[in-house]
Design a protein around this ligand. Structure first.
Ligand SMILES: *Cc1c(COP(=O)(O)O)cnc(C)c1O
Length: 410
């Protein structure tokens, strides 16, 4: 059955390898043995059943971005998040791109996002000809400042130019207040696309991060809380939007024996091999959230007494997945600045990274309108992301904490 399928639709499945071929060793480039003691920011964390999952997939005759394995991964994502409809695709950035497309972003439209985020939150919209507008971050939880958003929506209505889409971002796993943002935007008929690439497994008022938004983008990139080795998903409670995105993700083919197209689409499918990895990984999502939260708790405990060192708030009703633990070093009170600390960690072979450089300060967006920005700029100057992997050994974390203590008590 499977092999017949492979023959009939070569693009969708493979004929399982004969046993003899399976024994032939692949020709791989010489690897550096992985004996590094370097402590990384957020390395992939294997569950252990990824190989089985890949092998079962290939043996069943599936390899292309089609067939039952991506569908099973979509169902697993839907179960884990509670979103009604899920499209698994090639990356989180592709999910955002499709989201902008199905929400009708046109050249010249404005698309608003938080200034304190990764460039992928807005890059696809800019590539579609949209004008980005960056809203400052809240000093408490570092996500989009809702009061600024509300004021700017009123101002935009007066200007007669409301945004086509607003993109809140669940920064470092802390859910933005998507419910309040959606309510503020709904008053003006503006849809919300939540960039929840960093917040898989996080919740707000008992629902998954991003709930309430028209669309939610997720990522399974190698550094995220779980990974498919690359991949993403677009989720929604709106079946029609996901159906439209699904058609666009595989070249907008109409139902016809030949290739028929009413519009142009993308090649954004998720390979069955990667979906198989994702299926294995998502079984551990709750454990991964618990492990990252435990990492965060150990930082809080180990650094609690350090003057001028602050963490991101977790407002009541929200549960961050603590994808990355970020700290802020108040220059008026902390003994060390962000760069001093980063270099001290690097000297001990510990990776850390400044908080996202705000988009309104990126040369790529030098002409974009901005709303505030001083908070995001300060968080960038003073903020540092610490090693936060779910596989960070407590002894390694103790090394990180001790370097920070040495710097901040010196
Ligand atoms: C990782 C990330 C993305 C992009 O996801 P990819 O799967 O790497 O394309 C988008 N937005 C934010 C905030 C991210 O952290």
């Amino acid at each position: 059955m499977a092999s017949q399928q492979g023959i009939q639709s070569g693009s969708a499945a493979v004929v399982p390898f004969p046993r003899a071929y399976r024994l032939a060793a692949p020709v791989l480039p010489p690897f550096e043995p992985s004996v590094s003691t370097r402590i990384l920011l957020s390395p992939p964390h294997l569950v252990g059943c990824e190989l089985n999952s890949i092998q079962a997939t290939l043996e069943a005759g599936w390899i292309a971005p089609a067939g039952p394995v991506p569908v099973a991964f979509e169902a697993a994502i839907a179960r884990a998040t509670g979103f009604g409809h899920v499209l698994a695709i090639a990356s989180g950035t592709a999910a955002l791109h499709l989201g902008f497309r199905v929400l009708g972003v046109q050249p010249g439209d404005e698309v608003w996002t938080s200034s304190l985020t990764f460039i992928a939150s807005i890059a696809p919209a800019v590539q579609m000809g949209a004008v980005p507008r960056f809203i400052d971050a809240s000093a408490a939880d570092w996500t989009m400042d809702i009061d600024l958003l509300r004021a700017e929506l009123s101002a935009a209505a007066r200007r007669g130019r409301l945004p086509r889409v607003v993109v809140p971002v669940d920064l470092y796993g802390q859910p933005a207040d998507t419910l309040a943002i959606t309510e503020a935007c709904a008053a003006w008929g503006v849809p919300v696309l939540s960039d929840s690439a960093e917040s898989l497994g996080a919740t707000l008022q008992g629902r998954h991060a991003g709930a309430g938004a028209r669309l939610v983008a997720l990522s399974f990139n190698g550094n995220k809380i779980i990974t498919a080795g690359g991949g993403g998903a677009l989720a929604s409670d709106d079946a029609a939007l996901i159906a439209l995105a699904r058609a666009l993700a595989s070249q907008a083919k109409e139902a016809a024996p030949h290739y028929q197209h009413e519009t142009t689409g993308f090649s954004y499918g998720l390979s069955s091999v990667l979906a198989a990895v994702g299926l294995a990984q998502i079984t551990a999502l709750e454990q991964r959230v618990a492990a990252r939260r435990a990492v965060h708790a150990r930082y809080r405990e180990g650094l609690a007494d350090l003057e001028g060192l602050h963490f991101i708030d977790e407002p009541a009703g929200s549960r961050s997945n603590r994808w990355l633990t970020a700290i802020r070093l108040d220059p008026a009170r902390a003994r060390a600045g962000r760069e001093v600390l980063r270099l001290a960690l690097a000297a001990r072979d510990i990776e850390s990274r400044p908080v996202w450089k705000p988009l309104h300060l990126q040369p790529a967006f030098r002409d974009a309108p901005q709303v505030g920005g001083a908070v995001a700029a300060r968080l960038f100057e003073e903020g540092l992301c610490l090693p936060s992997g779910s596989n960070l050994a407590p002894l390694d974390q103790a090394r990180v904490i001790s370097v920070i203590r040495q710097c901040c008590l010196a």
